[in-house]
Design a protein around this ligand. Sequence first.
Ligand SMILES: NC(=O)c1ccc[n+]([C@@H]2O[C@H](COP(=O)([O-])OP(=O)(O)OC[C@H]3O[C@@H](n4cnc5c(N)ncnc54)[C@H](OP(=O)(O)O)[C@@H]3O)[C@@H](O)[C@H]2O)c1
Length: 377
Amino acid sequence: MTVPSGISDTMAVSARDRRFMAAAIRLARWHEGRTGSNPSVATLIVREIDGAPVIVGRGVTAIGGRPHAEPQALAEAGELARGATAYVTLEPCAHHGRTPPCAEALVASGVTRVVAAATDPDERVSGRGYAILRAAGIEVEEGVLAREAERDLAGYLKRRTSNRAHVTLKLAVSANGMIGRRDGRQVAITGEIARHQVHALRARSDVILIGVGTAINDDPELTCRLPGLEDRSPVRLVLDTQLRLPAGSRLVATARDVPLWIATAAAPDDPRRAELAELGVEFLACDAHDGRIALPELLEDIAARGLSTVFVEGGADVARTFLAEDLVDRLILLTGEGSVDGDAVNAPVTRTTIPEAFRLVASMTYGTDQMDEYERA
Ligand SMILES: NC(=O)c1ccc[n+]([C@@H]2O[C@H](COP(=O)([O-])OP(=O)(O)OC[C@H]3O[C@@H](n4cnc5c(N)ncnc54)[C@H](OP(=O)(O)O)[C@@H]3O)[C@@H](O)[C@H]2O)c1
């Protein structure tokens, strides 16, 4: 492999740019849900070698959030970064934190072109990262596959722009528009493939949220149980105004292994607090509104803890309230082919009653089940 000296791929090649940005976006997904308060972003360093573009460095935000993607990719590229193009899924940071700004690291590396997808709304960065690069004579191409990158970064972007966590509501709905049974009898609405997909979605989230009704009725564990991803279970959060969650539930039984938080308005000296705390449960002190946990404030508290994405898994009451309060950013409906009869629970939303504010962004078939994903327009 020969590396011609002084080679520089400063020509804008848009098909190539989209191809490498798509690869960078895929790489960024590796650490989704594992980078703490930082977003999972990726960098690729690409240069011409023997007449073809070659990836000579790659980096994804490390688990825990540091180091950032750029210094890792530049370290792998070494001298090969000189004259190369850097693909970054989010604008490089411009502020001095625990490490020097990534924009300065890119300048020092000798890259001559930076292609970026999403702009960072963090006021310490927004536009400043690009300005540092341009001031150093680096050609900057902004907004390449921005929408695609922004979809993956939706949690971080929501937290930065609205100071609240991003909400995905997932519901499994039977062919006759039901989501379960009231009598506690378990009913499988979707098949194994869809269930595995839900576990993968859990692994990409910071928080899984349910109401205490589901916790009592279904006694779920709410962990990620895909082989190899067992350590990717996020925080589990139960809305439980009066602390009704049984100490013998599966959620409490696993609280020492996977964090379990309860959002409650119960009095600080309520004896059930001490009993549950003894078993490893943590509490979020919440405001009550009309006798229920106040959701906008709860989402702000979650964001203030550096968590960006909440995956709401029901049940009916909780789903209905999130929808009614306009707090759902993404809606995932899994529609099974069977019916739920008897004392069944109506779905608060089905494929035929999608609120106007949402548009369909993806549809898939999982075995005999249909998955439809909607986003706020
Ligand atoms: N198919 C699916 O995707 C799916 C998923 C989950 C559950 N389910 C089914 O849904 C059924 C349970 O639904 P559910 O409606 O009885 O229970 P739920 O929605 O899970 O929980 C409702 C309870 O949450 C508490 N809560 C606290 N703050 C709230 C707020 N702001 N908004 C709404 N609720 C709040 C309330 O109890 P307190 O006032 O005591 O706090 C309320 O009674 C079960 O049949 C289950 O199988 C289906």
